[in-house]
Ligand binder design. Structure first.
Ligand SMILES: O=C(O)C1=C[C@@H](OP(=O)(O)O)[C@@H](O)[C@H](O)C1
Ligand SMILES: C=C(OP(=O)(O)O)C(=O)O
Length: 432
């Protein structure tokens, strides 16, 4: 069942937090640097299990990844055609980003690979990447009519560009197509239903690959080589900062400064929603980290009010919904989440898990086919709840416990997936 962690209620949270590196950008930095022909230093890389899965896969493909005592990485690839056939199955662990992006990248190589992952990952949909990649000529098979991993990836023969109208807004699907498209003989055009996070496009530009973007359409021409930067500095992850944004908002007597938070507009839906709910949030010291915008964020306690989180904003806060459901419990009035059915195919079914586990704490929350309805404010009780081995669930439940009567969280060690220091940080901020 994993480690059980007990969180006591907090009388306030105060302090400064250096937000750990962005998970999405960390994955992409190692993948792209692994295709370069000169070493790339990566600072503030996210040292967490998902990103370590990407490192291990890239190492198995012949890329050298060295780490110093401060966790700084040096990635040395063998050039754009320099990946080599791995001697064994590649394990993406719990990471959807690792398996889906690598499916695109490896499907375009001239060797055979098998990709798998843990129980959760082997039950997440893979047809969404295999379908467009097959149209490009990539040959990928998976379990249950190619719906699930393990995936067997055959050597590529000829890869053609496609024009692809994406049925779901997914940065992982978009990125898998873009990685394969680098190796195609003709241009690829992707049309997104709504803009999803654009870290791959920005990282491509960092590596000298032009990406044409007009509205929701992305056009990429094939390339022969990358021009690597000497250094990539990863911004802090706003999806990790999200737990502190909500915790400080709903726990009276709180004031937190979140340092070095990535504020890429495709990721800042959480700021828009919390501000609409009446949160006291100041975004200061805006600057650039390469092609990604970063800022510091000051958040203080505030009485929140309910809001509607509609389909159009979902891609910009997709991983923040569990913790936003916790915010809604403390807000005055109704909060409605709509168009969030993608949450059902994450590490766990997050709509179901959020309703079930917050109910154990005494919350009244309605699960709908594509979202949640929460009427606040509500009184919560102490209870034992379960993370479903989902890191975002574990951290959202911890915030609920901190803000109410405490909580015991079973299988809380899954925070290692994206935020290993999460519980240690709480200890440093807690006001008694
Ligand atoms: O591309 C990425 O790095 C990610 C994309 C999102 O998934 P989808 O593409 O499935 O929406 C997100 O939920 C995930 O945590 C990271
Ligand atoms: C859904 C997530 O990640 P992934 O898809 O990479 O497993 C997440 O981090 O919340």
């Amino acid at each position: 069942m994993g480690e059980v962690i007990k969180v006591a209620p907090a009388a306030g949270l105060k302090g400064t937090i250096n937000i750990p590196g962005d998970k999405s950008i960390s994955h992409r930095s190692v993948m792209l640097a692994g295709l370069a022909d000169s070493p790339v230093t990566v600072t503030n890389f996210l040292q967490a299990a998902d990103c370590r899965s990407t490192i291990a896969c890239m190492q198995a493909l012949g890329v050298t990844v060295e780490q110093d005592e401060e966790g700084q990485l040096t990635v040395t690839g063998n050039g754009f055609y320099g990946l080599s056939e791995p001697a064994t199955v590649l394990d993406a662990g719990n990471s959807g980003t690792t398996i889906r992006l690598l499916t695109g990248l490896l499907g375009a190589q001239s060797f055979f690979t098998v990709l798998t992952g843990d129980y959760s990952l082997r039950n997440r949909p893979m047809a969404r990447v295999i379908t467009p990649l097959a149209k490009m000529g990539l040959q990928i098979l998976g379990r249950e009519q190619s719906r699930y991993a393990p995936l067997a990836i055959m050597p590529a023969t000829e890869i053609t560009g496609i024009e692809y109208d994406m049925p779901v807004a997914s940065a992982q699907v978009k990125s898998a197509i873009l990685l394969a498209a680098l190796y195609a003989v003709s241009p690829t055009v992707i049309i997104e239903p709504m803009p999803s996070r654009d870290h791959t496009e920005r990282m491509f530009e960092t590596f000298g690959i032009p990406v044409l973007r007009t509205g929701n359409t992305i056009t990429l021409n094939p390339v022969q080589k990358l021009t690597a930067p000497a250094l990539i500095n990863i911004p802090g992850d706003i999806s990790s900062a999200a737990f502190w944004l909500v915790a400080a908002s709903v726990i009276p007597n709180s004031r937190l400064t979140l340092v070095n938070v990535g504020v890429n507009p495709t990721r800042t839906g959480i700021l828009d929603v919390l501000q609409a709910m009446g949160a006291d949030i100041a975004v200061v010291n805006e600057r650039w980290s390469g092609r990604e915008p970063v800022a510091d964020i000051i958040v203080k306690s505030a009485q929140l009010k309910g809001t509607t989180i509609g389909p159009e904003i979902i891609p910009r806060l997709i991983d923040e919904i569990p913790v936003l459901a916790v915010a809604a419990l403390f807000a005055e009035g109704q909060t409605v989440v709509q168009g969030a059915e993608e949450l059902r195919v994450k590490e766990t079914d997050r709509l179901k898990a959020v309703s079930l586990e917050l109910s154990k704490l005494g919350a009244k929350i309605t699960e709908t086919p594509d979202g949640l309805i929460v009427d606040g404010p509500q009184q919560l009780d102490f209870a034992t709840c379960y993370s479903h081995h989902d890191h975002r669930m574990a951290m959202a439940l911890a915030v609920a416990g901190l803000a109410a009567q405490g909580a015991e969280i079973a299988a809380a060690d899954c925070v290692n997936i994206s935020y290993p220091d999460f519980f240690a940080v709480i200890t440093g901020l807690r006001q008694e």
